[in-house]
Design a protein around this ligand. Structure first.
Ligand SMILES: Nc1ncnc2c1ncn2[C@@H]1O[C@H](COP(=O)(O)OP(=O)(O)O)[C@@H](O)[C@H]1O
Ligand SMILES: [Mg+2]
Length: 466
């Protein structure tokens, strides 16, 4: 690390001056002082022999005291300086003008995973894969001295992984040599937050669009379902009008019905009607979800919330088109009497979707042998004025030391681009802060994971949790 500017830059001059002044006064006044203090001429003669030694001794003592004081103050300021550098949370690197790392602080060691000894074998090109050492060196040599500048780049850890950094650096000269001092701040979280904001913005406009599309689809869907209903009514009901028009056409309703049964037309109408109903269910789930912006509390049936969340996940193409997800068996264990909770519908759906998606993603990571197969269990249980919603999978589980971390923002075990590490932290916030509930996790390695949500039971007019 560079040397701090000297607190006593004129120490050499000070010592020389003190030494010269002391010598000057010694020569001028030592004899006079001796005559004044000692009357005995024999003793004066004897002391004259040792006068020179006295001088040497006293001047040595003065020089020692001065140098020692200076030395201690230098040592203290160096210690302060090192402590200051070591306590800075961002990694600091000192490199010479050819790019070789000369020194680093403690944070650089923990962030990049090298030992101090290993660092000294590295160059800036080993830290920053974008750096060409020759160009870097030229730039540093031609940079104005003692001026700070900032840049964004990527740094590489010892294990080969990279992360984005913002570097604030300066080039300075010490003893005729050029050095580069850089403070590199890890900005992965900042970038993730920015990406998330963009994503959020995108999602909210998508939500509005989805609401619009859902609304538009609802009309033709109603027409399809209505038409199916009319077709069945007009063929299978012996109403006077049906009988009259059949007679007008010289047709017999019974033989028409027989024909339709034999040609499977009835089943086909049933299929159109079922598919229409299913589409309409998805559309209404989507509408409910995208209307969530209002953040209004509603009384909702817990089982309906779960079913709607499954519908929404199924309508997500990346899920429904993935064969591994399709192999997951979903079983539901709902109580006989419906349990309602007062909640922000879209938010609880978001939590349930997060939990179900996490469970499905975890199960696709596990190899299932013999008769074992991926299984997701969704349970609703009744407690004392409480509702318990459990989402349990038989996936790979979470190691005990990571269990507490799963609710931390940005904690993810998934690859970059696959996981943001925000799903569970947002879910935790929604349940505990917005709905005054509880959220817990239990997990056994290789056996599976269970998330338990506890919410106050009751309709919105009986509980005041807003
Ligand atoms: N059901 C589960 N089984 C195993 N691990 C899980 C499960 N649910 C969550 N996790 C772990 O918790 C981490 C954080 O989850 P989450 O906050 O949703 O973020 P993300 O899904 O983006 O990684 C996941 O990366 C995963 O390691
Ligand atoms: Mg997730």
């Amino acid at each position: 690390m560079p040397k701090r500017r000297d607190k006593h830059p004129h120490i050499a001059l000070l010592i020389a001056t003190v030494y010269a002044l002391f010598g000057f006064f010694w020569i001028l006044f030592s004899d006079k002082l001796l005559l004044l203090l000692v009357r005995d001429t024999d003793l004066i003669n004897k002391m004259q022999t040792f006068k020179g030694w006295f001088y040497v001794l006293i001047s040595a003592a003065i020089i020692y005291l001065l140098v020692n004081k200076y030395d201690r103050s230098v040592q203290k300021s160096q210690q302060d300086y090192i402590r200051l550098l070591e306590n800075i949370a961002d990694p600091i690197y000192l490199a010479n003008s050819s790019g070789r790392i000369m020194d680093v602080n403690e944070s650089a060691l923990t962030t990049l995973g090298y030992s101090r000894y290993e660092f000294k074998e590295l160059t800036v090109a080993d830290l920053d894969p974008n750096v060409d050492l020759e160009d870097w060196s030229k730039t540093v040599i031609n940079s104005p001295l003692d001026q700070r500048f900032a840049l964004e780049s990527r740094h590489k850890r010892k294990d080969g992984t990279c992360f984005p950094v913002e570097v604030v650096a300066c080039v300075f000269e010490d003893n005729g040599q050029i050095f580069y001092l850089g403070v590199a701040r890890d900005i992965s979280h900042r970038i993730q937050t920015l990406e998330l904001l963009v994503e959020n913005e995108k999602m909210s406009s998508l939500g509005a669009m989805a609401a619009g599309i859902a609304h538009e689809i609802n009309n033709p869907l109603s027409a399809i379902l209505g038409a199916c209903q009319n077709v069945t009514n007009r063929i299978f009901n012996d109403t006077p009008k049906n009988l009259h028009i059949a007679k007008e056409c010289n047709a017999d309703l019974e033989s028409m019905r027989e024909y339709m049964r034999k040609r499977d037309i009835l089943r086909m109408i049933g299929t159109i009607s079922d598919a229409g109903k299913r589409a309409s269910q998805i559309v209404s789930s989507m509408l409910n979800f995208s209307r969530g912006g209002s953040k209004k509390m509603h009384t909702c049936q817990t089982t309906a919330l779960i079913d709607e969340s499954i519908d929404l996940i199924r309508s997500d193409f990346s899920f429904s088109s993935n064969t591994k997800f399709n192999q997951i068996k979903i079983s539901k264990d709902y109580p006989e009497q419906p349990l309602s909770v007062c909640c922000i519908r879209s938010e609880i759906q978001q939590v349930l979707m997060n939990l179900i998606k996490n469970a499905c993603e975890a199960m696709t990571e596990k190899e299932y042998h013999a008769e074992d197969f991926p299984q997701l269990q969704l349970r609703v249980k009744n407690g004392k004025h409480l509702v318990f919603i459990e989402v349990e999978d038989n996936g790979p589980g979470i190691p005990q030391d990571r269990l507490k971390k799963v609710f931390e923002p940005f904690y993810t075990s998934k690859d970059v681009g696959k996981g943001t590490g925000l799903g569970l932290s947002i879910s935790y916030f929604i349940i505990t802060e917005q709905h005054k509930g509880r959220m817990e996790v239990q997990s056994t390695l290789d056996k599976g994971t269970k998330f338990i949500i506890t919410l106050p039971e009751g309709s919105c007019d009986c509980c005041n949790i807003q």
